[in-house]
Write a protein that binds this ligand. Structure first.
Ligand code: SF4
Ligand code: SF4
Length: 156
């Protein structure tokens, strides 16, 4: 079993649902942290204008916070991400709503697909392969589920 592959398949499986049903909620609400290298890409070269309007705020360590509550993400066009194929888009955009790091897999319940249980077939495969559901956690405003491997003996 390759968890990375399963998670990637899970993300791909909801693409139509994201556009047609959810209408890209996660690109229209909340905050997105940007780095210098993806600031102009995500803001469609409008960073100066957005900083003036306080929609983008400069943080420490050359990071920026994009408030998507007002007009959504500037790269969102007709509920689709205009920079989806660009490797420089933010890591959070690439991974949302399933984050995988080492043996830990986190699902964001902010996501409608998670709430609707659309990932269950994929989670089911992980559970059958030794991952276990951990307690919920809070990380900023997110409630997170963790799936951890039951044993290190399993082949990942
Ligand atoms: S919140 Fe979830 S279902 Fe909605 S667009 Fe984002 S990833 Fe897709
Ligand atoms: S860059 Fe794309 S995926 Fe990320 S928030 Fe904007 S529209 Fe959504």
């Amino acid at each position: 079993m390759n968890p990375e592959k399963i998670i990637e398949d899970a993300r791909k499986s909801i693409s139509r649902f994201c556009i047609n049903e959810c209408k890209s909620y996660c690109c229209r609400k909340g905050y997105l942290i940007l780095r210098e290298r993806n600031l102009e890409l995500v803001t469609q070269n409008k960073s100066k204008e957005l900083i003036k309007k306080k929609i983008v705020i400069k943080l420490k360590n050359n990071k920026y916070s994009l408030n998507m509550d007002i007009d959504g993400c500037p790269s969102l066009k007709e509920y689709k991400c205009a920079i989806h194929k660009n490797q420089d888009r933010p890591e959070a955009c690439k991974q949302f709503p399933i984050f995988i790091k080492g043996n830990t897999i986190r699902l964001s319940p902010r996501c409608l697909a998670v709430k609707c249980g659309l990932f269950y077939p994929y989670i089911s495969i992980l559970l059958k392969n030794g991952f276990i559901l951990q307690e919920k956690e809070f990380y900023h405003d997110l409630e997170i589920y963790k799936l951890l491997p039951e044993t290190k003996k399993q082949v990942l």
